[in-house]
Ligand binder design. Sequence first.
Ligand code: NA7
Length: 316
Amino acid sequence: SFNSLALYNSFQAHLSDRTEDKKEDIVPTDKKIGFIGLGLMGTGMAMNLIKTGHKVTVWNRTAAKCADFVTAGATEAKNVSDLVSECDIVFSMVSDSEALRAIVFGEHGVLDGMKKGKALVDMSTVDIGTVTGLEGAITAREGRFLEAPVVGSVQPAMEGSLVIIGAGDSNLFDDCTSCFQAMGKKAFFLGDVGNGSKMKIIINMITGCIMSGFAEGMAVADRAGLSQETLLDVLNLGAISSPLISGKGKAILANKYPPAFPLKYQQKDMRLALALADQVEQPIPVSAAVNELFKRAKNLGLGEKDISAVYKAVNM
Ligand code: NA7
């Protein structure tokens, strides 16, 4: 079964010599912190809040996932509205817009516990309409709202080296300083709610296009009788060398795709990018084709694998 504590500790073990990522100097806020969504990303983020001395209460739909966090020092809430009532600032990190609306508007949800002095910080990647709708509902109850989607997948989440893109209530952004230091290496503030989601969606749209073009290149190299390993060696020394090319290249060579960023979420983000581009009337023919490729990959049953598994949809 999934042991979040063991997974977290294995990532932390690799960090020991990397002084730039040390978290010892963080002065944790006194505010009571809540965390909703202990999935692949939420696991590392919540663990990093606990390990840096924050007072953390957790909730997850599948309650069994809370046990490791209680062992690590967290409290478990019975439901989301209790969590909001008990905490000053609640972070959420769930799959998609539907999941986020379920925890906010659902029975015993965020809104039930929301009032003056309470705050929600959503860190999931969702559509712009959902975050602006949430902001309206929360501020109508005199609560505060910040969207803070993140750049980085499971390893940065575990290491606390995410890049955080905040937008919305600027005082709330400031109140999150020690939490963002625990979870990330840098936090940006982009102004109005919606700007964070837009930025995040654009970044993942670019990632999807690069990943797909790279997968096609690897497939052509193979069919043309070239060594994919040599192609990678050359790429890694050139202008497009990047953690993405080297990391996903290794995955393709090994033909192993454990999810750092699940492919189904990459397709979700391509879909969000198409909607955004539609809204602003910007043609994005390359991204549209890439969305079709990720849809095919999902149909092939690769949704739970890493985005690099798109190679299997290219090289059929
Ligand atoms: P995971 O590992 O798929 O985790 C998703 C989390 O969302 C997990 O805690 C789920 O609870 C929770 N979830 C999903 N649907 C619901 C509903 N309907 N109600 C409550 N909770 C729900 O995702 P990642 O951590 O990789 O990614 C999270 C986000 O970061 C996503 O937006 C990515 O695009 C970026 P469960 O444990 O299944 O009960």
